[in-house]
Write a protein that binds this ligand. Structure first.
Ligand code: NAP
Length: 287
């Protein structure tokens, strides 16, 4: 049995960021008209504040501008729609990110879907989702696309493999299942009503943890040689897979932290660059 290979998202994401910086220096040598990512944060969720601050810093690190829109907890759907409309109309804004979750009184789906698809660099709109599902170019949800880029970067074959994705949220598990399907994997998408989860995972060549429950996927369920992708990020710096033991059975695995998280931000920057270049992310299909 070979030693498991660490899918070092931190290192790969730094390479992507360097490529973005270089590309921007070529396109805009004086830095006079850089791409701008607008980030909207509604309310006072401390975790969301941390995520937004990380994204603002990441923009600066590659030479992009960020426009930080802060709205109070009591913001209404109408007010948020109005802010998004202004950003949609602003030619200097190339990407719009509405930080999830928004306060409960807001219709989050309506607000996501009001973002213009060509500025939807976080890949959250129904239009982007539909285009991804149809194998058309689009902006993709950043976390699943980050995991696909990791697989591709390490030359891990996807076609014909059985992938088991645990979690079906619209920004993570469900689009991951579609991306893997488009790349010719055979996909089982699991959720809270799934029966026999351990038996399904025992058949998986690729396991994706997208549940949001610490170490929920047990090492004893994992098949020898499986590829383990853990999108989960829970208190205590643990993911959704019992990785400290499971990695011994794996061929490849993502660490938590330093695996999927940095890739998510790298994809956000990459898609903001694409928007600046007036293009989408490439079609994800192997045929
Ligand atoms: P979410 O919206 O809460 O979705 C969780 C999914 O897990 C749901 O589909 C749910 O099923 C499923 N689930 C819950 N209990 C289950 C069970 N017992 N068996 C099987 N499936 C079960 O979460 P999310 O937004 O997708 O996030 C998931 C995790 O990824 C979290 O830890 C989050 O922090 C992390 N995350 C990380 C990044 C990053 O940048 N690294 C980005 C986004 C999210 P139902 O649909 O049936 O309810």
């Amino acid at each position: 049995m070979k030693s498991p290979i660490l899918l070092n998202g931190k290192a790969i994401s730094e390479q992507i960021r360097n490529r973005i910086s270089q590309e921007l220096k070529k396109m805009d040598p004086t830095g006079s008209s850089p791409p701008t990512l607008a980030t909207i944060l509604v309310g006072n969720n401390p975790a969301s504040e941390t995520y937004v601050n990380m994204k603002v810093k990441a923009c600066a690190s590659v030479g992009m501008l960020s426009k930080y829109v802060r709205l109070p907890e009591e913001t209404t759907t109408e007010q948020l729609l109005n802010e998004i409309h202004l950003l949609n109309q602003d030619p200097k804004v190339h990407g719009i990110l509405l930080q999830h979750p928004v306060p409960h009184q807001i219709d989050e789906r309506l607000c996501f879907d009001s973002i213009l698809p060509e500025k939807d660099v976080d890949g959250v709109t129904t239009t982007s989702f539909g285009r991804l599902a149809m194998g058309k170019e689009a902006f993709f949800p950043c976390t699943p696309y980050g995991m696909i880029l990791l697989l591709q970067e390490f030359g891990i074959s996807i076609a014909g493999k059985h992938a088991v994705v645990v979690g079906r949220s619209p920004i993570l598990g469900k689009p991951m299942a579609i991306m893997l399907t488009n790349l010719d994997a055979t996909v089982t998408l699991c959720h809270s009503k799934t029966q026999n989860l351990p038996e399904l995972i025992a058949q998986a060549d690729i396991v994706v943890g997208a549940v949001g429950k610490p170490e929920f996927i047990k090492a004893s369920w994992i098949k020898e040689g499986a590829v383990l992708l853990d999108a989960g990020y829970n208190a205590g710096n643990v993911g959704d897979i019992e990785i400290s033991i499971a990695k011994e059975k794996a061929s490849y695995f993502t660490p938590v932290p330093g695996g999927v998280g940095p890739m998510t931000i790298a994809v956000l920057l990459l898609q903001t660059l694409y928007s600046y270049q007036s293009k989408f992310s490439p079609v994800l299909t192997s045929h």
